[in-house]
Design a protein around this ligand. Structure first.
Ligand code: PLP
Length: 486
């Protein structure tokens, strides 16, 4: 051995004395393994025989042999008739410097926008948070129970990569009725929220270095997906008709992200001429439009606006839907709908990239939709949110004393209030102390310093009884944090 016998046994004895709930065999194994990795026992050094080790350590020979055998199986020792010899391991494995592995994140990840904290569904005015306390939990529990009882362990294996067929059929039926989209289950892929749909579209349809258009101000998630995939992106302004583009000003895109039914965060509805022009631009550029339809189920005036996907034949559009706003965010179920030819082409990639899971939840959701509970819940939430929006407008009129302008807002679960010249970032940071989590409008711009300022006030999760007091506090915070104010 490269160390004296006494030192060798002292090392093992110390480990045995410090043993807590491990077996003797495991303790001996760990002590020898560590001594080899730390270089205390060097390559090719021969260990004493198992009988000698057993005697010196007062262990049974079986215990010692089992530990040595395990080390031999893992390649730390070579065993032969003469006994055990330490194997030669690559230098790096036995280095004792203890240096941390180099992290080496992809450099473009530094460009990701900051994540948004959504740690409590109860913080008032949180944008995008539905009234989770109105979700029919007992019914949901019964449906989950029924699915598990009826299908049992059959549901515990992997599912279809594109998601449970029964859920895809139910979604196709729902979309035909509510969004004017005529599709079948083969065109739908269930995703972990719209967010995964967005990442998947980017992965499937674009290559590093290509260009993407997105709305400015707009949804952070689109920027994150494009940056993570190494795309170059340019922000297009949003006016009262939606995303505003002059095709000769900007590089031809491969992907175009838009939320035409209820632009996030400004709330505008993209006009029909703008939609048709965008479809034409996409066609000419051989680009795909990613249509984010995150909360369009909640429209409070006029008839529902059909999706872009169903607007013209063969529209180059992938539609993203989510149940985060209509049911509850932690469900993490969304879906993408593709034109038939695209769906057929990406099927092998979907099978290679995804593994079907969360089968019980998906089956329960299919029942929830097919048995009419979804339509009922939507109708009742639509009534609730419509009322809350009217009440929030009233509270703003009464309590917000600074000049302001409410941006669009015929639907959804938030109102965006433009308030010029305020430090909206400071207001929303301070608002957390008062259990409120509105968002700062300027932070949704690619360059917040050049964006409009204001507050994005979610009312989905906030009871109207708290509106007036909440707006009063925000009004005070706006005054306190006015630029130039101490
Ligand atoms: C504009 C917009 N689109 C899409 C999403 C995606 O939601 P999810 O991934 O929860 O389905 C959100 C969520 O906040 C959103 O605000």
């Amino acid at each position: 051995m490269n160390i004296p016998d006494d030192a060798f046994y002292a090392l093992l004895n110390e480990a045995l004395q410090q043993r807590t709930d491990e077996t003797l065999q495991r303790t001996l194994y760990h002590a020898l393994r560590q001594a080899i990795l730390e270089g205390k026992l060097q390559p090719q050094c021969r260990l004493p025989g198992s009988r000698a080790i057993a005697q010196r350590l007062h262990l049974s020979r079986n215990t010692v042999n089992a530990a040595l055998e395990q080390l031999a199986t893992e390649g730390f020792l070579l065993r032969d008739r003469q006994g055990s010899q330490v194997a030669t391991l690559p230098q790096a494995a036995t280095s004792t410097t203890g240096s941390q592995p180099a992290i080496g994140l992809s450099p473009h990840l530094n460009l990701l926008p900051p994540g948004t904290r959504r740690d409590s569904p109860t913080l008032a005015f949180t944008p995008g948070m539905p009234a989770v306390n109105y979700f029919p939990l007992p019914l949901w529990r019964r449906l989950l129970d029924r699915v598990l009882r009826e299908e049992g362990s059959m549901l515990l294996g992997y599912g279809d990569s594109a998601g449970e067929p029964s859920l895809r059929v139910a979604i196709a039926r729902h979309l035909a009725l509510s969004r004017g989209i005529s599709c079948d289950a083969s065109q739908i892929v269930i995703t972990e929220g719209a967010r995964e749909g967005l990442n998947l579209c980017t992965q499937l349809l674009s290559e590093r270095g290509q260009h993407a258009w997105l709305e400015d101000p707009g949804y952070f998630g689109a920027r994150s997906a494009f940056i993570a995939a190494g795309l170059a992106y340019c922000g297009l302004p949003v006016d009262e008709e939606g995303m505003h583009f002059q095709t000769n000003d900007v590089p031809a895109p491969r992907l175009i992200f838009t939320s035409p039914s209820h632009q996030f965060p400004l709330g505008t509805l993209m006009s029909a001429p703008r939609r048709l022009a965008l479809l034409e631009s996409a066609r000419q550029a051989k680009a795909w439009i990613i249509e984010d339809d995150y909360d369009s189920e909640f429209r409070y005036s006029g008839v529902p606006i059909p999706a872009m996907l169903g607007m013209v034949p063969d529209a180059p559009v992938v539609y993203l839907g989510t149940f985060s706003k209509t049911l509850f965010p932690s469900l993490r179920i969304g879906f993408m709908v593709m034109p038939k030819a695209l769906a057929a082409s990406v099927q092998p990639a979907i099978e290679s990239l995804l593994r079907g899971g969360h089968r019980a939840e998906q089956r329960a959701l299919a029942l929830f939709i097919e048995e009419g509970h979804y339509a009922r819940h939507l109708a009742s939430m639509r009534r609730l949110y419509r009322k809350r929006q009217i009440q929030l407008r009233a509270a703003l009129k009464q309590e917000l004393t600074v000049p302001h302008q409410i941006s669009a807002g015929e639907g959804g679960m938030h109102l965006t209030v433009k308030i010029a010249g305020i430090n909206d970032g400071a207001v929303v940071d301070l608002a957390r102390q008062y259990q409120m989590a509105p968002a700062a409008l300027s932070r949704f711009y690619l360059d917040p310093a050049r964006g409009e300022t204001g507050l994005v006030l979610g009312y989905g999760n906030t009871s109207a009884s708290g509106f007036a007091a909440g707006i009063r506090v925000l009004n005070r915070l706006i005054a306190q944090t006015r630029p130039g104010q101490e």
